[in-house]
Design a protein. Structure first.
Length: 318
């Protein structure tokens, strides 16, 4: 088997040189081939992943070595191919990895060891999971609108200037955002699914909202959890829609939202949660949506999305 390690050289603060030296040493004693491809510009990870998938198909594993941005690009390159993705979370937020590995306390070297990449037998299970298609692009983790997009943007800039902040940057980034009115506008028409599987429409024009998170997985923004019960292969997306509100109402919600405990019971009349399959989101005035996918901002004013069932193969720990 060919293992292609796509490495974002600037992601995270781990001692990647030492780690990859140990992996390379282990590969000298097994029957697998190791290839390291470093990214140099935005979009490289997608192009590299697509190239290897096209050439080697199921005889290749693409290993995403970086943060959520790297995972996003690799997922776009591998969607609807036979090539599985393995995730080594070297980034700052590693939000998708939190769902995949079932913990907010990510230890990348432990994960590498459990996959057998430091020596011994390389072992993993490959399972297909869902992704979100939005205007032809792919989202593997969370697509969100409103306040959280501003926080994500500020947080990334803070990490770039002060890497030692790590995930704390996203928490600090909330403060300047809260200094402004928590009222944004968005229009949406989405197909939801209730507990018995019946579909219903939820729509509104110029909705006054704070944030709208549409989730394939559970975490984003350095560990905030809008969808604690998300399932990666159920053919559905979880969502959390928070109404526009005054600051004094928002402050108590933040820690609950981070812990995955913000819902209709804990904040009646302020938040709506549920599951959906597809929909359209747009700005009535034609301006750009205040939104992002997997932490990467987009500049659409009108967006159509849908869940694509079991569209990408993912390597899980045995």
């Amino acid at each position: 088997m060919k293992f292609v390690f796509i490495v974002n050289p600037i992601a995270g603060s781990e001692d990647k040189a030492r780690v990859f030296k140990n992996i390379r040493s282990a590969f000298r004693h097994n029957d697998h081939e190791m290839v390291i491809e470093e990214t140099k510009a935005r979009g490289d990870a997608k192009d590299i992943a697509a190239r290897y998938a096209s050439e080697f198909g199921g005889d290749c594993v693409v290993v995403a070595c970086g943060g959520d941005g790297t995972v996003h690009e690799v997922a776009n390159g591998l969607a609807h191919t036979e090539t599985p993705m393995m995730l080594l979370p070297f980034g700052t937020g590693n939000d998708f990895a939190k769902k995949v590995y079932g913990t907010k306390d990510i230890d990348v070297e432990k994960i590498i060891s459990q996959f057998g990449l430091f020596g011994g037998e390389v072992a993993y299970d490959v399972k297909p999971i869902d992704i979100i298609d939005y205007n032809g692009e792919k989202c593997i983790n969370v697509m969100s609108f409103g306040l959280d997009t501003i926080v994500e943007t500020i947080g990334r800039k803070m990490v770039a200037k002060a890497p030692f902040l790590g995930q704390k940057a996203y928490t600090v980034a909330i403060l300047p955002v809260l200094a402004k009115p928590l009222h944004y506008k968005i229009s949406y028409d989405v197909t939801c699914v209730d507990n018995d599987g019946s579909e219903y429409q939820m729509k509104e024009d110029n909705k006054d909202f704070v944030l709208f998170a549409i989730c394939n997985a559970s975490y984003y923004g350095g560990g905030f959890c809008p969808a604690p019960d998300s399932v990666l292969d159920d053919g559905l997306l979880d969502f959390a829609l928070v109404n526009g509100m005054a600051l004094h109402k928002a402050l108590p919600m933040i820690p609950k939202y981070s812990a995955g405990k913000a819902n209709e019971e804990t904040f009646p009349g302020l938040i709506t949660t549920g599951r959906l399959k597809c929909g359209r989101i747009w700005m009535e005035d034609g301006s750009n949506l205040l939104g992002n996918c997997d932490g990467e901002n987009f500049d659409y004013s009108d967006l159509t999305f849908k869940v694509e069932e079991k569209a990408i193969k993912l390597c899980f720990l045995k």
